[in-house]
Design a protein around this ligand. Structure first.
Ligand SMILES: O=C(O)C(=O)C[C@]1(C(=O)O)C=C[C@@H](O)C=C1
Length: 357
């Protein structure tokens, strides 16, 4: 390529960058003014963010993909929101967990993340207003529900105001760049389970599989000991400077985890919303049918139904349902009214925009 042609394109890029810079700052100025209008009210508006990202994806002319553009705008909005008021997001630590990656995917890099020792602790911090929102894993496509998050949602005063769906890629990590002399492999129990076929194929029986509190903790332990390895994701690999001896070792190629965002906030309608409920019925034959029937009769479609032993002892089981639509939709209101007549307990956990990116 001629130097002349290269320079022409670079000059064009320089000029465009200056325009982008000016426009981003104009946008930020509007966000700052919106922040002043909101005053001391909540600044984070999940429904508006979902609408912005959806519009970007739908109107993107390319050649960049819609997903890529949405991620760029995710960061622009994150920076604009931080001008209004910076947010703090509690998550199950330590640094480098998939939950932290989900928090950053949802709120962008301008939000601060606060590592907590347990999911309980992350909820508690937000309940006590020590952080603005909590991001907690709720289900994995391979391993199923995260029981602790479900249990906490029954009693928390927080509401679900968003969801994040994250593709989970596990890597086999080690201090040394080879597979020799491995005595143990550390990871979270769910990650060990999600990679068990790969582990069976590539490691002998003598290699101990040790479950620890998080993948990031496993990576930290492996970084301290040359005879250990870990299974964890990209951010933990980077944080603890480990070699990736094998990448994407999860047995299920579409391994995804869904996370919920909770805070003292009811999201407004975005146009593409979900509502989560927890319901319970007295323990008698046909009880389950009693709970599902009002939803079906009122034409409310359900995307998830999950049972969980009740921890209060009042009922045998509680059921978690995700349904399409926003809380004040007429069919959903009718279904809830009917449910209240037959269920022993109904709690609306929140209406929130469906994940966009
Ligand atoms: O529209 C708003 O309410 C804004 O504060 C602006 C903005 C944005 O940057 O577009 C920023 C933060 C909100 O969460 C939603 C959108």
């Amino acid at each position: 390529m001629s130097d002349h042609l290269l320079k022409q394109h670079r000059d064009a890029i320089d000029a465009i960058d200056q325009q982008i810079l000016a426009l981003i700052n104009q946008r930020a100025q509007h966000a700052r003014t919106i922040g002043e209008i909101k005053g001391s009210g909540v600044v984070y508006r999940p429904e508006r963010e979902a609408q912005v990202l959806t519009r970007i994806k739908e109107t993107n002319p390319g050649p960049l993909s819609g997903e890529t553009c949405a991620r760029l705008f995710r960061e622009i909005m994150s920076a604009c929101l931080a001008l209004e008021r910076p947010l703090t997001i509690a998550f199950l630590g330590p640094e480098g967990t998939f939950t932290q990656a989900a928090a950053i995917k949802h709120f962008g890099h301008a939000a601060s993340t606060l590592a907590c020792a347990s999911i309980d602790e992350a909820f508690r911090v937000v309940e006590a207003r020590g952080a603005d929102y909590v991001v907690a894993p709720v289900e994995n496509s391979t391993e199923g529900a995260v029981g602790r998050t479900l249990d906490l949602m029954v009693t928390t005063p927080l509401q679900i105001c968003g969801e994040v769906v994250l593709r989970i890629h596990h890597h086999f990590l080690r201090q040394t760049p080879d597979m020799l002399g491995i005595k143990r492999v550390y990871s979270h129990a769910q990650s060990l389970a999600q990679c068990h076929e790969w582990l069976n194929k590539h490691l002998g029986d003598e290699v101990e599989r040790i479950s620890v509190a998080s993948n990031a903790e496993g990576a930290r332990l492996a970084s301290l000991d040359p005879s250990s390895a870990a299974i964890a994701g990209d951010s933990a690999a980077e944080k603890f400077s480990l070699n990736k001896l094998a990448v994407n070792i999860e047995d299920e190629p579409n391994n995804t985890t869904r996370f919920l965002v909770l805070g003292y906030q009811q999201a407004a309608r975005s146009g593409k919303d979900k509502t989560s409920l927890v319901i319970s019925a007295p323990n008698r034959p046909g009880a389950l049918h009693t709970l599902v029937e009002p939803l079906a009769r009122n034409g409310v479609s359900m995307s998830k139904f999950e049972s969980r032993p009740s921890r209060t002892g009042l009922w045998e089981y509680v059921f978690f349902a995700d349904v399409d639509g926003f809380i004040d939709d007429v069919p959903l209101q009718a279904a809830l009214k009917d449910l209240q007549d037959v269920a022993a307990f109904v709690k609306v956990l929140g209406s929130y925009p469906q994940a966009v990116i």
